[in-house]
Write a new protein. Structure first.
Length: 245
């Protein structure tokens, strides 16, 4: 997911002016933030719709097999979008992203049952503030964050493995270690992925691809990546700030 290849199989380097690169990057970020915001809105609507449908809620959460099958299906959709974004029309890629956002909303509907509405909205606001600050850091810092990639990736894999292990051990201590580690990891990923979108835009632009292709392909994958960072940070912060019903 974090190492998507947007270039052609045999890119031909071309000269692109700094002004043109800046113009293309601005267009990409407009798409990224616009589509990410739309994705979050679709997720919220899908969650509320699911809450109003007891039959759908019962279908998803009455069986562990259905619940985890649903989750595996979403992971498969993420990889499908990542592999196909460079070959698809922007409208098709965006449609897949919106389908994923809707499925995420259905899957996350349980948080409205577990936590109070006030604490959910409060946590969402905190997440939004942190997200904005870290994206600004990622896009403006002169420090190369590339070396963070392997560290964050292995940390994320460790986080997933620890979460799976704790399903069987139910350790409260491990639960909180995972929670705070998750917050730190996804804060790092927000800054890292924000800078990576900038680098991908420049790399794809000089590969000779048409401007509209650069904007659409990087825009979709950038929106999906930051959307996932936002959702995961929100869920870990909700463990800390959420008040259970």
């Amino acid at each position: 997911m974090y190492e998507s290849d947007f270039g052609q199989s045999e890119p031909v380097p071309v000269q692109v002016s700094e002004e043109k690169l800046a113009e293309m990057f601005n267009a990409v970020m407009v798409r990224v933030y616009g589509w990410m915001t739309l994705g979050l809105f679709v997720t919220a609507v899908a969650s509320l719709f699911t809450l109003m449908s007891p039959a759908l809620l019962n279908f998803i959460y009455s069986s562990g097999l259905v619940y985890f099958g649903f989750m595996i299906g979403m992971f498969a959709l993420i990889f499908a979008i990542g592999r196909s974004a460079r070959k698809m029309a922007s409208g098709q890629a965006l449609a897949l992203f919106m389908v994923f956002a809707a499925l995420m909303g259905v899957w996350l509907s349980a948080i409205f049952i577990i936590y109070t509405g006030d604490s959910i909205f409060f946590t969402f606001g905190i997440t939004a503030v942190i997200f904005v600050l870290l994206t600004v850091v990622g896009l403006t810092t002169k420090q190369d964050l590339t070396r963070w990639g392997p560290i964050l990736l292995f940390s994320l894999l460790g986080l997933i493995l620890a979460s799976i292990v704790n399903i069987f051990f139910f350790s409260e201590t491990l639960y909180w270690i995972i929670t705070y580690a998750g917050v730190l990891i996804f804060m790092g990923l927000i800054a890292y992925d924000s800078q990576k979108i900038k680098k991908m835009t420049y790399a794809t632009a000089v590969s000779g691809q048409p401007e509209n292709k650069v904007v659409s392909s990087v825009g979709v994958m950038g929106a999906l990546t930051l959307y996932l960072d936002f959702i995961n940070l929100f869920l870990f912060l909700l463990r800390i700030f959420g008040r259970r019903r």
